[in-house]
Design a protein. Structure first.
Length: 367
């Protein structure tokens, strides 16, 4: 195994975890529609109890995603999580609100009341996916940071990376194209949430209301996602000279990546077809309630290919708008060869982890 192979491999692992995380955002999507899907208090209880059996899987995947980034690409971790800390803190705080809400809303004598905690779930369902989508969009649109590796030897301030302004990452939300992907992920989470609830909750009223809201969420998702995706394919991308490591702007870089890495383009098409099939069949068939599975697989394939296009093909996956040469690539931001090689062998246990998650999923559904 070469060092280059290990770098590519770990970008694949991180991308796969990110794709699984987006799928698992169905928890947030369903929570954002608690009062829309559940017209009565009983209906709201069914929705919350259904997502309450899965929220820990989503949160664990989020933590694992961050941990994998830290272990394999530590410079990204220190730059993004350390520099854009307000953006990530708001994301994490929204997930903490979710955990607190599930644990305390039914406790006797809680000061805030059950309804307040349910609104916390709605807030997490909107804010979490929106900001996560906006953060991922910076992989294609860039962020304002500086990297100075020579500072590591400065005993007074051994800080390699810093944000170029005082926004601490919130400036990402000022870019309308970042927000476009953010809203796309939010509506995608709602699509998956509706499909999950229709599959998991045996309630005809909830299912009928879900079918109606599925149409609006799908249209909204397609508008935002297609706008972002088409613009990304046509815009200048952040290319890397493999010989020198220099970063430069290349016209339609991401379109070129899809053409050169054509299996990823095939995965994207298959993923889109599966997503639309799951949604369309659920809308037009009154008895079909398993749309979450083809749609979920489709989402994983599309997000996986999108993230791979951002990092493979001599591309800077975390571009710097402040200084182009400070942009992060999988080569200049990864861990040592020894670390990546050791983690490679550890990663062979990942299929067992997925098997455990599947087992826990089935056990929770039996309760």
């Amino acid at each position: 195994m070469t060092y280059t192979f290990l770098q590519q491999y770990w970008w694949f692992v991180v991308s796969l975890l990110g794709a699984l995380l987006v799928f698992l955002l169905f928890v947030q999507g369903a929570n954002s529609l608690v009062y829309s899907l559940g017209r009565t208090e009983e209906g709201q209880r069914k929705v919350i109890e259904s997502t309450g059996r899965k929220w820990e899987i989503t949160f664990t995947t989020l933590v694992t995603f961050g941990g994998a980034f830290f272990a394999s690409f530590p410079l990204f971790y220190s730059t993004s999580f350390g520099g854009a800390y307000w953006l990530w803190m708001i994301i994490l705080f929204s997930f903490v609100l979710q955990a607190v809400s599930y644990e305390f809303q039914h406790c006797k004598g809680n000061l805030l009341g059950k309804r307040t905690y349910q609104w916390f779930l709605v807030i997490n369902g909107i804010v979490g996916p929106l900001l996560l989508g906006g953060a991922v969009a910076t992989f294609f649109n860039g962020s304002n940071f500086m990297v100075e590796k020579a500072s590591l030897t400065d005993l007074g301030a051994p800080v390699i990376s810093r944000w170029a302004n005082g926004s601490a990452g919130l400036d990402a939300l000022l870019d309308p194209w970042n927000l476009a992907l953010g809203f796309a992920v939010m509506f995608l989470a709602r699509i998956l949430g509706i499909l999950y609830i229709m599959n998991n909750v045996d309630d005809e009223d909830i299912r009928s209301r879900g079918s109606v809201r599925l149409v609006g969420s799908t249209i909204s998702f397609l508008v935002f996602f297609l706008a972002f995706f088409v613009r990304t394919l046509l815009k200048d991308g952040f290319a890397v000279d493999p010989a020198t490591g220099a970063v430069f702007m290349e016209p339609m870089k991401y379109l070129h990546n899809y053409l050169q890495l054509w299996p990823l383009a095939v995965l994207t098409v298959i993923g889109v077809v599966l997503l639309l099939y799951g949604v369309a069949r659920t809308i037009f068939s009154a008895t079909y309630v398993k749309g979450i599975w083809p749609a979920g697989i489709g989402v994983v394939l599309v997000v996986l290919s999108l993230l791979l296009v951002a990092g493979w093909g001599n591309t800077a996956y975390y571009p710097s708008n402040a200084d182009l040469q400070c942009s992060l690539t999988i080569a200049n931001s990864c861990s040592s060869e020894f670390t990546l090689r050791t983690m490679f062998y550890v990663s062979l246990l990942v299929p067992f982890v997925f098997g455990y998650i599947a087992y826990v999923w089935r056990v929770m559904d039996r309760k």
